[in-house]
Design a protein around this ligand. Sequence first.
Ligand code: FAD
Length: 247
Amino acid sequence: MAGTALRGRLTWQVARVGQVISETDRVRTITLDVPDWPGHRAGQHLDVRLTAEDGYRAERSYSIASAPSEPVAITVERLDDGEVSPYLTEELRPGDELELRGPIGGYFVWQPGDGRPLLLVAGGSGIVPLRSILRHREHTGSQIPVRLLYSARTLPDVIYRGELDQGADGVDVIYTLTRQSPPGWSGRTGRVGTAMLTEVAWPVPDAALAFVCGPTSFVETVAGGLVGLGYPPGRVKTERFGASGGT
Ligand SMILES: Cc1cc2nc3c(=O)[nH]c(=O)nc-3n(C[C@H](O)[C@H](O)[C@H](O)COP(=O)(O)OP(=O)(O)OC[C@H]3O[C@@H](n4cnc5c(N)ncnc54)[C@H](O)[C@@H]3O)c2cc1C
């Protein structure tokens, strides 16, 4: 088993694209049939490698969007001037092949056996690994209370909105819209800062576990804010997607 997991992590392999699902104008979920997949944990990511006809290669990391009990899926946001994401979101079709390796990461992971209330904070496509955590919680029948604070530019930019709005027992979903909100919007607006975190975060910080994911500057602001509220740094798990992406 350990040997299989290690081989899976280190070796590039060819996966076949199953479905390409449109989540928003700019975001697609891609399900993948990976022949030699050793299984993953909620929160892990994988690497995708594209090779051009002239041999030029580009590699990017993508969080795994699906629960461990489901087929592997990634959710990719198109950056118009990006190298890899426009191909994955616009060109890829069911049946196409894609090189990947994974699963990767042993720190930004959640296991249902951890009994602490969860605070999940997402900026833009940072929702992807948190969705895996939410689905894993649901599939394992975990009753752990969850608060999800999700920052998106506008309501149509909210990824997995249908799924999140369906709700689940014990899961509070709080959106904040940073660019534009629809008429009559009664949810939150503006960027996540200390005031919003004070209202949303669990009141006894050292009893909770936080997962924060999104663009680097977003993650740093939120993680710093949580530590300022008394969350021990070791209880604030962070995943940075880089400079790009939007909240
Ligand atoms: C662990 C991890 C998990 C991730 N998970 C996801 C996920 O689930 N979903 C998701 O959509 N993304 C995710 N990402 C981000 C993803 O890896 C890519 O960075 C993203 O898709 C952009 O890649 P790209 O090739 O399209 O853009 P790139 O070509 O890398 O460009 C990205 C941006 O940087 C700018 N840029 C590029 N080169 C330069 C330069 N030399 N100087 C200045 N600016 C430059 C571009 O203009 C563009 O706006 C994750 C990243 C990490 C590290």
